[in-house]
Ligand binder design. Structure first.
Ligand code: BGC
Length: 415
């Protein structure tokens, strides 16, 4: 049955009479819709236009890309995938296993990807030892963005542990300032939890509990303490939280209506696009943690094989989207680190240079961690189930730690 389905999907993806035309017009599906993201996506469009490719963008709302991925699946099954799609993590290998992606191994060899990429970017973009996607960004997710003016006004400083953060939230609330810029959506809430889990529990705990889903670690006192802190935070912000998008939350942070935001460095891209001085006005601090660590996710571009695309076009696209010049300009706008090691970061924002420094240190100390929430560490099924349990716990006081842990334990682990 499985073999039959694969054959069917292959037949859809590679019709026998597929016209291998030299398509000069391609569709580009991604979920970059905020000011900083649009600026970065336009840099990609421009790089492709310089390579004589006309680009039609299909930008789908939704941080984390859940909606974009559902649309991509529907289109691929219908036999009309876009030529270029933004992808993350293990999903790249799943698409490759089904035969949807162009193999980029030849270009990767010509361009020395193996020696130029960071090891974390090498692994995730290969299937059976061959490159099947072009690595673009490395985003840091354990950032705490801080409005300095707001903190100064109440004589507060950026906290470096979660208990102090909660005290700071309480002080702000007493002065009628909303402490946290966050929308009540699964992805944003789960990112906050992931920051707390690593910051409070440490790297080994994070790996064992949320990557290996080890029962003993999940049932440990650390999990109960983390859940209790998470409950406190939820009680402090629940009364006023709404369903805003992450970039709307950043706007409230910029305006000083909220004091903190925990999110990846796409926030930096947003600040730069809006000409906000970072790190002077909005500071970037590692989210409170016992040690320096780096939680990452990465964006890649995958080139989908269909009747409307050709290998020649795929190569042109991949070449343009992996060049040093493109990766430099794109990542500067995006707020991320380039996936290639051989890029000079001296003109990057100080927050990015800090991220790079912390990434190197984290790598040496075994604290370079894939995001479980942002599709990097676990299969999409486990990721979605975990995220929705975290969200449910955050929003429903009647769920206690025991029940939360039990629900996580019951998530099927299959790939
Ligand atoms: C992507 C980023 C994007 C962010 C918010 C993450 O999943 O990796 O590129 O900026 O979502 O939309």
């Amino acid at each position: 049955m499985k073999k039959y389905l694969l054959t069917l999907l292959f037949a859809i993806a590679f019709p026998i009479n597929a016209a291998q035309s030299t398509v000069a017009s391609v569709e580009f599906l991604h979920w970059w819709t905020s000011a900083g993201e649009v600026r970065a996506a336009n840099i990609a469009k421009q790089a492709l236009e310089e390579a004589n490719v006309h680009v039609e963008q299909q930008a789908i709302q939704g941080g984390g890309g859940d909606t974009a991925m559902s649309i991509l699946q529907a289109r691929a099954i219908a036999g009309t995938p876009p030529t270029i799609a933004q992808l993350e993590g293990p999903a790249i290998q799943s698409w490759a296993a089904l035969g949807f992606l162009y193999d980029l191994e030849q270009l990767a060899n010509q361009e020395h990807w193996r020696s130029q990429l960071y090891p974390i970017a090498r692994a995730v973009n290969q299937f059976e030892g061959r490159f099947v996607a072009t690595p673009v960004t490395i985003h840091r997710l354990n950032w705490m963005w801080v409005n300095h003016d707001v903190l100064r006004q109440y004589n507060l400083s950026p906290p470096d542990n979660w208990e102090a953060l909660i005290d700071t939230f309480k002080t702000l609330k007493r002065h009628n300032v909303q402490p946290l810029a966050i929308g009540n959506d699964q992805w944003q809430i789960a990112l906050l939890f992931e920051n707390l889990a690593f910051g409070y529990g440490g790297a080994d705990y994070y790996r064992r509990a949320f990557m290996d889903m080890d029962e003993h670690t999940l049932r440990s006192a650390t999990t109960f303490e983390i859940l209790s802190l998470f409950r406190e935070i939820s009680r402090l912000i629940q009364p006023t939280i709404s369903h805003i998008r992450w970039n709307e939350a950043t706007q409230l942070l910029i305006e000083g209506k909220h004091a903190f935001q925990f999110s990846g460095d796409w926030v930096l891209g947003e600040l730069l696009a809006k000409h906000v001085a970072a790190p002077e006005a909005i500071g970037c601090y590692q989210a409170p943690a016992k040690h320096t660590g780096f939680i990452y996710n990465m964006d890649s571009f995958a080139l989908f094989n269909s009747a409307r695309s050709s290998r020649k076009t795929a190569n042109t696209l991949a070449r343009a989207l992996s060049s040093k010049a493109f990766l430099t300009a794109f990542n500067q706008a995006k707020g991320a680190l380039p996936a290639r090691k051989d890029i000079d970061l001296s003109q990057f924002n100080p927050c990015s240079r800090q991220a790079h420094h912390d990434m190197e240190q984290a790598e040496q100390n075994g604290r370079l961690l894939p995001s479980t929430v942002d599709s990097m560490a676990v299969s999409p099924i486990v990721q979605q189930a975990t995220t929705s349990e975290i969200y449910r716990y955050f929003n429903d006081e009647s769920i206690g730690p025991e029940e939360f842990i039990l629900r996580l334990e019951n998530i099927p682990r299959g790939k």
